[in-house]
Design a protein around this ligand. Structure first.
Ligand SMILES: *Cc1c(COP(=O)(O)O)cnc(C)c1O
Length: 497
């Protein structure tokens, strides 16, 4: 574009006043204060100005600028974080908020959030209490640990343990366990952050006991074991168990005592990742370690997430030796990464359900989904198919129930397939991709399914029957839009013809 026409376009941009006086923005006057609308109008004009300068826009049209300002203004009125319907069949879906909470946990959050609480107050002594007290006994009972501490999330827990016990010293870890969990959480980076010197041993696929033995020195503070979480190695592999690490640490600690070295003990710490409190049948042949097993095998400290296999709120739980946990409670990071009262309420209520494993399996949604019988999942898929069959307009899609495989997700049991059933739609009107986009981007409660070949799948594993009417409504609206477009296309066709 030449300078003259560029200048012409820029000077023809509407004023803030003009944008504010379009019907798009006038209609919002009742719901938003003037200064917010002004902000949106100014932003929309500024964006148009930049696009014209960059050459990506060739008009200064008032209505399109007003429409953008309106979209921006409307965003202030609607929550950005919304409930979604998870029809993916991935139970612990990190992008979708991991574990849904049990009803007891939800009620506890509502109760505590509404008013004041005994968060840090002891009704016994009528003086300051500790927020840790609300869950410590429960965690000890459930895991067999001497003591427990809860922080914001497991990444924070790992950082704190390494900072307290390995800063300035060496922490030994197998090359086969130097994982990246996602979201930039990598074990080597956490080591750097905690100022521990990471000593890598073994190879990618195999690490032997002797590798640790060779690496142990007077500077060793910690033997770290990390759950592989989101990947699995097959074939010629080998790793060293917590029990073996315990034996190595014991031998080294004995050597230090005998030789009179005044360095502290070598600790065994396992970052369990998901941290199962119960042995679930869905593990099948997988040897998913439980928290109890890790402690029994001799770990001094074990940490895990609250919102993965545990099925509670986001939290990082550290259990283990009393003296070690007491030192962690005093670490400056403990305050920086502390858990908030709503999360603590949800966690306490969730843990209480575990006192009776049967209650935990039926009332904690994550556990219920992971242990549900395939017949029940099938029945739910069938019920959804029947509703869709009745409620969707005829000849829009072929609806069938198919066998599928779901996943635990959340860095738990990565290659472990869970037998499930899904409703598969083959589209006669519209397309699977079009419907998927519509249900996610345009439906008020986004419905997230999965595409397989040319079908859109709704996996019954992660659905409850209360989701069905919403799915029927979403698909109904999609087909209505498709039919409208087809009709207006025909009318336009006639006009042009
Ligand atoms: C998930 C995971 C973490 C991080 O836990 P968050 O609770 O998400 O912070 C750390 N280590 C392992 C092995 C994990 O699987």
């Amino acid at each position: 574009m030449d300078q003259a026409s560029l200048h012409h376009l820029l000077s023809a941009l509407p004023s803030v006043e003009e944008v504010l006086n379009t019907s798009a923005l006038l209609s919002l006057r009742a719901s938003l204060p003037q200064h917010i609308l002004t902000l949106c109008a100014r932003d929309a004009i500024e964006r148009a100005r930049q696009e014209i300068r960059k050459g990506t826009r060739h008009e200064e049209e008032l209505l399109s600028i007003a429409s953008r300002a309106q979209t921006q203004a409307l965003a202030y009125l609607r929550p950005s974080m919304k409930r979604v319907i998870n029809a993916t069949g991935v139970v612990i879906h990190t992008n979708l908020g991991r574990s849904p909470l049990a009803l007891d946990a939800i009620n506890a959050v509502v109760d505590i959030a509404q008013g004041y609480s005994t968060l840090e107050y002891s009704t016994q002594t009528q003086s300051r209490g500790s927020r840790h007290d609300h869950v410590e006994q429960l965690l000890c009972t459930l895991s067999g640990a001497q003591a427990a501490l809860v922080v914001n999330n497991n990444a924070a827990a790992v950082l704190m343990v390494l900072s307290e016990y390995a800063a300035g010293f060496e922490a030994i870890v197998s090359r086969g366990e130097l994982v990246e969990i996602g979201g930039e959480f990598r074990i080597p980076d956490i080591m750097v952050l905690s100022q521990a010197t990471m000593v890598e041993v073994g190879t990618t696929n195999k690490t032997h006991e002797a590798d640790y033995t060779r690496a142990l020195t007077s500077h060793t503070a910690l033997l770290l074991k990390v759950h592989r979480s989101n990947f699995r190695m097959l074939g010629f592999t080998g790793s060293v168990s917590v029990a073996q690490l315990r034996a190595l640490a014991n031998a080294e600690n004995h050597r230090r005592e005998v030789s009179g070295e005044c360095t502290s003990h070598v600790l065994v710490y396992e970052d369990l990742g998901s941290g199962a409190l119960l042995n679930l049948p869905c593990f099948g042949d997988y040897d998913e370690p439980t928290v109890v097993a890790s402690l029994q095998a001799g770990a001094d400290l074990v940490s895990f997430s609250g919102d993965k296999l545990l099925g509670g709120p986001q939290a990082g739980i550290i259990v283990g030796n009393r003296d070690l946990i007491e030192r962690l409670k005093k670490h400056p990071l403990a305050r920086a990464i502390r858990i908030d009262k709503m999360t603590l309420a949800a966690l306490e209520a969730t843990l209480r359900l575990y006192l009776n494993p049967h209650v935990a399996l039926t009332s904690i949604p994550t556990l219920r989904m992971l242990t549900e019988k395939i017949e029940d999942i099938y029945a739910r898929a069938q019920a959804l198919a029947t509703i869709l069959d009745h409620e969707l307009p005829p000849h829009c899609a072929r609806i069938e129930v198919i066998a599928e495989t779901g996943r635990a997700g959340g860095g738990a049991l990565p290659q472990c397939n869970i037998e499930t059933a899904a409703v598969a739609l083959t589209f006669i009107v519209g397309s699977a991709q079009g419907a998927e986009h519509y249900l996610i981007a345009k439906h008020s409660t986004p419905i997230i399914g999965r595409i397989k070949k040319d079908c859109l799948l709704f996996d019954a594993l992660t659905l409850t029957s209360s989701d069905f009417s919403e799915i029927a409504a979403g698909l109904g609206a999609y087909f209505a839009e498709q039919n409208n477009e087809a009709q207006s296309g025909q009318t336009q066709g006639r006009h042009h013809g």
